[in-house]
Design a protein around this ligand. Sequence first.
Ligand SMILES: [Fe+2]
Length: 315
Amino acid sequence: MSLIKGFHHLTAGVSGAQEDIDFYVKLLGQSLVKKTVLLDGDEPIYHLYYGNANGDAGTLVTSFPFRQRGVKARPGSGQIRVINYSVPRDSLDFWQARFAARKLPFETVSTRFGEQRLRFQHPCGIEFDLVATERDTRPACVASDIPEQFAIRGVHSITLSLREVAESIIFMKEALDFRYVGEEGPYHRFEIAGGGPGTVVEFQHEPDRLQGSSIYGEGTIHHVAFAVDNVDQQMVLKDRLMSMGHIDTSESVHRNYFRSMYFKMPGGVMFEATTTDIGFLIDEPREALGAEFQLPPWLKERKDELLGRLEPIAV
Ligand SMILES: [Fe+2]
């Protein structure tokens, strides 16, 4: 058994909070499952979590709306370039019509590793693909105006932009236990655990793409978090990374809903190993996930002050 079970979440720096909600909830039919704040730094920035209605690991994409602070990140290599959501086969026509009705640009459907995919963009410029697959058995993300037969199932895969791939291929296999699935043009594909949607990492070899920034800021995906069972498993992974010479790993950081251990892969992309043994039900029940602004115990007294410094949002 691999330590990593698949994706937990992806985290991106976006522009405005309201346009981010409009994109994930109103356009893509995701549920806002947690409204809280970024726990690094003194100035409040929202931390918005989107996924299926249960907030299951592997469906989660989270946003820091950084326009408020005026910090822009630079897209480039050494970053996650594309978030790929999985949708059922024969659903891309529905999504093209939906984007067209809203006058949103999208590209023509392309095929990679035998799967059709539709490229579009978040308002902050981050690239997304909808990948049509029969292999995703996870429940649909429920939305009132998206029929279940076309609805997103969760994160299918991520696409990393890398200037060089050799060391990173070794790292995925030997440090993280991913299996190498194959290559197609500049793409290399890996999967872990049971394989299939929710476990797939792709490299896009782009030797001429300039290095992107690592900061929190508008317009880039900051990191990917992989699911591990608990802190014990997280520390087994940390020890393994350290023993191989990958000593730039973080401690287990308290993130209220989980514990996070951060590490950089050789191509420069920030990875995280996240525990799944706490979860989002510690401060609100399943049926009310995302309804109220939530803060960790150590910030609760400052709720009014912090909210007053954040832009108003409505779902
Ligand atoms: Fe994270």
